[in-house]
Structures are given as C-alpha cells and as structure tokens.
Design a binder for this molecule. Structure first.
Ligand code: F6P
Length: 324
C-alpha cells in the first residue's frame, strides 16, 4: 500500500490532532503517501482531499479540535453518496483509509468496506468512551477533566448557598463521563442511561443528606438519562419537594468537547493513530484499533458498533457508598 488517506468524522474530541499527527508521521516513516480528507465523509464525497506531510502536522499535538475538521454526513448514508466518495478516492489512487471517530463513523466505514472493499482501519475518537473494543477512547480523559473542573467550581457556590445542583454532562447514550467525574467530583448521586435511577430515589438520597446536616449536594446527570436531561429531572424534583430545596441546573455542553488534550489523551491518540496506520499497512481491514489492558488490539467494526461496553457496576456502587 503506497497511498492512504485519513479523516475525522462525527463529534470532535480532544486528541484527534495528536492522532492525525501520529498517522501522518508514521506514514512518512514507512514511505507511504498520505492525504487528509476535510470534513469527514462529506469531504470524501466532494473530493475535498489534500496532501499531508510531516510539516503539515507540526505544532498540533497540543491543540483540541481537528485540523481536518469534522461533520456528520447525511449524504454518505445514501448509496449515491458512497459511490461518489469511492469515485473520488479512485481518482486519487487512494488504496486505504484511517477513520478517526465514533459509532457513526464506523457504521459508515463498515458499509463502505462491504460495498467497495477499500481497506479501512479505525481509531476511536469520541469523548463518550462508548465503543466496544477499547478501554478508553481519544478525548474521554480530557472531557472528564474539563467537566470535573466545572463541578469543583460549582461545588464552591453550591456550598455557599446551601443549594442542590443538577449538572448535566455529555453522553447521549452513555454514562461514562458522568460516572468518572461523579466519582472524582464527590457527587451525591448519578443519573446515567445504563442504570435507571428514578427521581424518587434521588429524593431519598437528598433527604438522607439533609437528615445528616448536609446542606448542599451535587447530582451529575448524563444528557441521555431515561428520566430526562438535567433540567427535566430538576423540574420533576422541584415539583415533588417544593420549597424544601433550592435547586439550580448547569448544563456543561460543548465545553467538554474542546480544550487542550491531557497527556493521557495525547499518548493514547498517538498510540492508536500509529496502531491504526501500521495495522492497515500490515493488511488489517474493517477493524478498529483499541487498547485493552494496555495491549494494542483490533476489533471488527461490526463488534465495535453492535456490542455494548458496560459501565462498571463497581464504580456505580462506589458513588452510592461514598456519598452516604
Ligand atoms: O458523541 C459525542 C457527543 O458530544 C455526545 O456526547 C453528544 O450527545 C453529541 O456528541 C452532541 O452532538 P452535536 O455536537 O452534533 O450536537
């Protein structure tokens, strides 16, 4: 394989640039020509594809976002869109792809591979950490630390005013960010999609706290929780508890997606980027590179998108015990 392309797709994640850098520098090391596709599958369809070299990725390891930009492509979900994308890759003689992204990215990559057989290897880039086949995804650690910094600050004002804060963190279908920053931030309760916690249970936890003279509490809510987002949950609880508690809601939103990647994310991204590239050059295809128990492994796209990576029950139980 002498010519490959790399792209980022779906929600951006801090560390994607470090991953791009590893792929480009790795390709240069192995004497492989490398192109960057701008705005993910949309750029593939339009032929928005640029040559990259070692210098193109200088001074980006510390930057959040993605120099290749990102998008969620509706057109790539159509047969015509994928045909156009294939034609553009053929025009440039691109023989293999490295896709950096999450669930949606690998769903597209698997369909594309099945139709056109262009070897593709993925690197998991999403703050949600919801991909089977890797212990951690690129961007998750930075997002957790960003959310934790906000929780620490909110705790100060919650304490001063004897308030209960409902803090919403990202995670459409997953509670990984909520669990980790809930533990590290000393939250009184967690609400995550993987584990149904009815609002009545939250009320019991809050009342138990009041009984023990706890004057402020933090409840971390993943945006995809079954009871609703933080605002919805807070409204339900306000309705049931009335003036007994002073509630505020903070939605952290997209600040979790930006910022300087942590050392952990930069190292993970470098390892997964190089792992994806070298896997591709060795003949891996239709798989995602991941790190499990500190070992580089390759998992079929099909498994990464269909199998669940459960949130550890131990960690959830720990929040319950440590908040009493
Ligand atoms: O998948 C990453 C993520 O940040 C989710 O946590 C969140 O639900 C979603 O992307 C938000 O997507 P968008 O930026 O398109 O609104």
């Amino acid at each position: 394989m002498k010519k490959i392309a790399v792209f980022t797709s779906g929600g951006d994640a801090p560390g994607m640039n470090a991953c791009i850098r590893a792929i480009v520098r790795g390709a240069a090391f192995h004497g492989v020509e490398v192109y960057g596709i701008i705005r993910g599958y949309n750029g593939m369809i339009k032929g928005d594809i640029i040559p990259l070299n070692s210098q193109s990725v200088s001074n980006i390891i510390q930057r959040g976002g993605t120099i290749l930009k990102s998008a969620r492509s509706k057109e790539f979900m159509t047969t015509e869109g994928r045909q156009k994308a294939y034609d553009k890759l053929q025009e440039l003689g691109i023989e293999g792809l490295v896709a950096i992204g999450g669930n949606g990215t690998f769903t597209g990559a698997e369909i594309f591979f099945n139709e056109f057989k262009i070897p593709t290897v993925g690197a998991p880039g999403t703050i949600d950490n919801d991909l089977y086949g890797t212990d951690y995804t690129i961007g998750f650690d930075t997002a957790v630390n960003t959310a934790l910094d906000a929780i620490d600050k909110i705790r100060d004002t919650a304490d001063s005013h004897d308030r209960v804060f409902f803090i919403e963190v990202m995670g459409r279908d997953s509670g990984y960010i909520a669990v980790q920053c809930g533990i590290a931030g000393g939250a009184e309760a967690l609400m995550i999609p993987e584990n149904l916690t009815p609002v009545d249970e939250i009320i019991t936890i809050l009342n138990n706290g009041f009984a023990k003279q706890k004057s402020s509490s933090i409840v971390v809510v993943a945006e995809g929780d079954e009871e609703g987002n933080a605002q919805v949950v807070a409204n339900k609880i306000r309705e049931k508890m009335g003036s007994k508690i002073d509630i505020r809601v903070t939605t952290l939103g997209h600040i979790q997606r930006g910022g300087i990647p942590t050392a952990y994310d930069r190292i993970l991204a470098s390892r997964l980027g190089l792992g994806a590239l070298e896997g591709l050059l060795r003949g891996e295809k239709n798989v995602m590179a991941g790190v499990i128990n500190n070992q580089l492994v390759y998992t079929p796209f099909h498994d990464t998108i269909t199998k669940k990576k459960p949130v550890s029950e131990d960690l959830i139980r720990m929040v319950e015990i440590l908040s009493t």
